[in-house]
Ligand binder design. Structure first.
Ligand SMILES: Nc1ncnc2c1ncn2[C@@H]1O[C@H](COP(=O)(O)OP(=O)(O)OP(=O)(O)O)[C@@H](O)[C@H]1O
Length: 237
């Protein structure tokens, strides 16, 4: 099992965001973490990354309890929802900086080509468009070869060509046996990419299963409608 989460709780002040999340993630699949705005998707992801400290519960990543060992983070490639990099550095400086920090083999050249970033390498980050910045973030995420990939809203700002490239890239990683977690509000992306849906609601995993299972349980023929119908049907995990 790639990730095992038991009875995870997290509160910010009076806001109890996670109220006992139980979850197991198997190797080699693409999981879509879904749920309404503010349901705790990013909080769950950050807990797995050790960036949010849970109040209660346990998380193991690649068979290690994460509390005791931060080194597991080297095995995760993470694309944050909002990346805050220094605005005055150039794209190639940023790529080199991240390479130095990770000190692992990296394959940035092919990715720079894939997303047409060659002409932007000498440009400062502050001068890039939102979509171009996202392409840079995608390069930074995928240039390492980690068994676990976590993508928080990866499609933000991407044009159709870049979106196709991203989808191909994710499928390629899956074919290599990697485990991929994705949050997104783009249901077409989920329908095309996800093997399994994890639906967070009111601090718990409300539904876990394939798209087929979701359609059957909600008695819907359209995926977007099935997602919208989760809470009104008897789909509780
Ligand atoms: N560092 C923090 N301090 C205080 N509250 C926080 C913090 N991080 C998240 N929250 C709150 O926790 C709740 C869940 O936020 P989170 O970002 O995990 O939701 P989400 O499901 O990812 O939402 P979205 O779909 O809008 O991205 C929200 O009410 C948010 O305001």
């Amino acid at each position: 099992m790639t990730i095992a989460i038991n009875n995870l709780h997290k509160r910010f002040g009076k806001n109890q965001v996670l109220k006992g999340v139980d979850l197991s993630i198997d190797e080699g699949h693409i999981y879509a973490i879904l749920g309404p705005n503010g349901s705790g998707k990013t909080t769950l992801i950050k807990s797995i990354l050790g960036m949010v400290i849970p109040d209660k519960g346990s998380i193991t990543v690649l068979d290690r309890t994460i509390k005791k060992d931060w080194k597991y983070r080297k095995k995760i490639d993470y694309l944050p929802q909002i990346a805050n990099f220094p605005p005055n550095i150039k794209v190639k400086e940023l790529i080199n900086m991240i390479k130095d920090l990770r000190n692992s083999p990296s394959a940035e050249k092919e990715l720079i080509e894939l997303f047409g970033l060659g002409p932007f390498l000498d440009k400062k980050l502050s001068t890039l468009s939102g979509g171009t910045k996202q392409k840079v973030n995608i390069v930074l995420t995928f240039m390492f070869d980690s068994p676990l990939i976590i993508l928080d809203e990866p499609t933000t700002g991407l044009d159709p060509k870049a979106l196709i490239r991203l989808k191909e890239l994710i499928q390629k990683e899956k074919a290599q046996g990697k485990t991929i977690l994705i949050t997104t509000h783009i249901m077409q992306f989920v329908e095309e990419m996800a093997d399994e849906i994890l639906y967070l609601l009111e601090g718990e995993i409300y539904f876990k299963g394939s798209i087929k299972k979701l359609m059957e349980q909600t008695k819907q023929t359209n995926f977007e409608h099935a997602i919208a119908a989760i809470t009104t049907s008897d789909s509780h995990a």
